[in-house]
Design a protein around this ligand. Structure first.
Ligand SMILES: [Zn+2]
Length: 204
């Protein structure tokens, strides 16, 4: 009996955490207001899928209407100070996040703007990595001080253009973004720890 209870507990502890999500379409109006591009919602979707693969089977991201989505991703150039932000919200009694991603590279400093203007795949990589970083916060991950991590805090300094370029160098085309998650081994371990040890501890 003790063994059976133990197995039931283990199964419960490993139950998938359900993060319903909604991604703002890049409508003509949104494009005008934020500088988003038609393919940006797909980049956001790939970012969520990357976390899903990294944490399998501990996470699920079913689609939901905006009002009921625990993770909402918006395109916003004026609301964000730089790349993106994640703000805590309450959604149907659970903690969630409203994520604002800045798709307007002209606001990311001269060096990044110049490089990403010449190279559209670099621009897409920056938007993808920003979605990945901010959705990492939405899942409950805090910053790290390790340059190789997606949860690295730019506040620690370092060569920020290189942070994006090293990811870009792995890509031959846009589809390659799906094959290169950008999630480091340490990011993944922290995510697994978060959900396996305390499955209800996300979004603190
Ligand atoms: Zn952050």
């Amino acid at each position: 009996m003790k063994l059976i209870l133990g197995l039931i507990c283990a199964a419960a502890c490993l139950a998938a955490e359900d993060f319903s999500c909604w991604i703002e379409p890049c409508s003509a109006q949104a494009a005008l207001a934020s500088g988003c591009q038609a393919g940006d919602p797909e980049l956001a979707q790939w970012a969520l899928q990357a976390w899903l693969r990294a944490a399998r089977p501990a996470l699920e991201f079913p689609g939901a209407a905006e009002d009921h989505a625990r993770i909402r991703i918006y395109w916003a150039s004026e609301r964000t100070r730089l790349y993106g932000e994640a703000h805590p919200i309450m959604v149907d009694g659970k903690r969630g996040s409203a994520i604002y991603v800045n798709p307007n590279i002209s606001q990311l400093g001269d060096e990044i703007y110049a490089a990403a203007s010449r190279d559209h795949l670099l621009r897409d990589a920056i938007v993808y990595l920003t979605c990945l970083h901010e959705s990492g916060h939405a899942l409950g991950l805090s910053h790290t001080g390790k340059f190789e991590d997606i949860m690295y805090n730019f506040g620690y300094g370092g060569d920020i253009p290189e942070y994006f370029e090293r990811y870009r160098r792995q890509l031959s085309g846009r589809e390659d973004i799906r094959r290169h998650s950008g999630i480091s081994a340490y990011d993944r371990q922290r995510l697994l720890d978060l959900f396996r040890v305390r499955p209800d501890a996300a979004l603190r």
